[in-house]
Design a protein around this ligand. Structure first.
Ligand code: SF4
Length: 343
C-alpha cells in the first residue's frame, strides 16, 4: 500500500531562521562593518510526504537556507526543528540519526560525485559511514537503488565520467536515498541539466516521492519546474519569503509583484498565447544582501512601489482580498495566468 503522503505533522519547521555573515574592515585591526543578510527571518513548514518548492533568483538565500536545514551551517537566529526536535539541541547520537533521515540532492552532478570511486562505491558511501549494513547487503542495496533510479545494476562498476549528466544526477539521487530518508532537500537538482533531460529527472523525483512517501524541499530558480513538482510553493526574495501558497493559489492568483514577475517569465507552450493579467518584466539586479533596501526589499524593482513601501517592511500575512500569505502592502488582485508547463 502506498504510504500516507499528506500526514499533518510537520517533519520540518523553520521559525525565524536567520543567517548573517559578518563583514569586517581593516587589514591588521579588523572592525565589524555590517553583515551579509543571506537569510532573514524565514518561517516555513513541511509536512510528511509533501513537496514544498522554494523559488527565487540566484543569490536570494535559498541554498544558504538549505545548508542551515542540513545542519551544515548554524543559524544566526531562529530554530530548525525536525520532527519536533530543535536541531541546535540535538546531541551527537540524535544528529547522526537525523542525518540518516534528511538527505540532500546537490545541484551539479558533474562535481558532486567523486571521480575516483565507482558509482557503486559512491552510492554505498552513506551505508559505510553509517555502519550496520553487511557488505553483501550493501551490494544488494546498491543494485536495488540503481534500479530504483532507472539505471542498470551492472552500471555500479562504472565511473562517473562514463555517464551523462542526467545519469549522474540519478546516481546522486540513489546516494541520497541509500539510508531510506524521510526528507529530501533538493538544491537546484535539474538546473545544470539539458532541458530535454530535466523532465526525465523531474518525473523520477515525482515518482520516487509518491512511491516512498518522501517529504521534499525542492529548491529552484525556475517557477515552471517548481510548479510541476510541488504541492506548495514559497517565493523567496533577498533573504525573505514574500509569498507562499498552494500551487493552485500561486498559479491562479499570485498577489506579490515579484511572484507575478516570475510567472511572466515562464514560457508558454503556444508562442502566440499571452499570460493573462498584467505581465511584469523584472528589471535590474538583485540588490546586495549586505545593504538591502529599506522597507520592502523588492521596492527598487517593483513597478507598484509607493512611499509606504520604503518606510515600512511588509509582513508575510493574509490581507483582505488575498487568499494566502503575501508580504506586500498593496497586493495585486490577480486574474489567472495561462497554463504553466514543465520543461
Ligand atoms: Fe511593491 Fe510595495 Fe508591494 Fe513591495 S510592498 S512589492 S514595493 S507594492
Amino acid at each position: 500500500m502506498a504510504p500516507d503522503i499528506h500526514g499533518d505533522d510537520p517533519i520540518l519547521r523553520l521559525n525565524g531562521v536567520t543567517k548573517h555573515y559578518p563583514l569586517t574592515r581593516g587589514i591588521l585591526f579588523k572592525r565589524p562593518s555590517g553583515a551579509v543578510r543571506a537569510v532573514d527571518g524565514v518561517d516555513l513548514e513541511l509536512r510528511r510526504g509533501e513537496t514544498l518548492g522554494l523559488v527565487g533568483e540566484s543569490g536570494c538565500g535559498k541554498s544558504t537556507l538549505a545548508s542551515v536545514i542540513m545542519g551544515l551551517e548554524s543559524p544566526t537566529a531562529g530554530t530548525v526543528t525536525i520532527d519536533g526536535r530543535d536541531l541546535s539541541l540535538m546531541d551527537r547520537r540524535e544528529l547522526q540519526s537525523m542525518r540518516r533521515r534528511v538527505q540532500m540532492v546537490l545541484q551539479d552532478p558533474y562535481t558532486s560525485l567523486d571521480p575516483r570511486l565507482t558509482v557503486g562505491e559512491i552510492i554505498a558511501e552513506p551505508l559505510v559511514i553509517h555502519p550496520g549494513t553487511a557488505p553483501r547487503a550493501r551490494r544488494e542495496r546498491v543494485a536495488e537503488l540503481l534500479q530504483m533510479v532507472g539505471l542498470d545494476p551492472s552500471h555500479g562498476k562504472r565511473y562517473p565520467h562514463q555517464f551523462s549528466g542526467g545519469q549522474r544526477q540519478r546516481v546522486g539521487i540513489a546516494r541520497a536515498l541509500a539510508l531510506g530518508p524521510d526528507l529530501l532537500v533538493c538544491d537546484e537538482p535539474v538546473s545544470a541539466l539539458d532541458v530535454s533531460v530535466q523532465a526525465q529527472v523531474l518525473n523520477l523525483l515525482a515518482d520516487l516521492r509518491t512511491r516512498l512517501g518522501l517529504a521534499c524541499l525542492f529548491i529552484a530558480h525556475d517557477l515552471a519546474v517548481v510548479h510541476y513538482l510541488c504541492d506548495r510553493i514559497a517565493v523567496m526574495y533577498l533573504g525573505r519569503i514574500v509569498e507562499t501558497g498552494t500551487r493552485a493559489q500561486l498559479h491562479g492568483s499570485a498577489h506579490h509583484p515579484y511572484t507575478r514577475a516570475l510567472l511572466s517569465a515562464v514560457p508558454l507552450p503556444d508562442p502566440t498565447a499571452r499570460h493573462h493579467g498584467e505581465e511584469i518584466i523584472l528589471e535590474g539586479d538583485l540588490p546586495s544582501p549586505a545593504a538591502p533596501p529599506s522597507g520592502c526589499r523588492f521596492r527598487t524593482r517593483c513597478p507598484y512601489a509607493r512611499p509606504r513601501c520604503a518606510a515600512e517592511e511588509p509582513e508575510l500575512t493574509v490581507r483582505p482580498g488575498t487568499s494566502h500569505p503575501t508580504a506586500c502592502h498593496f497586493p495585486l488582485a490577480s486574474p489567472v495566468p495561462a497554463a504553466l508547463t514543465p520543461p
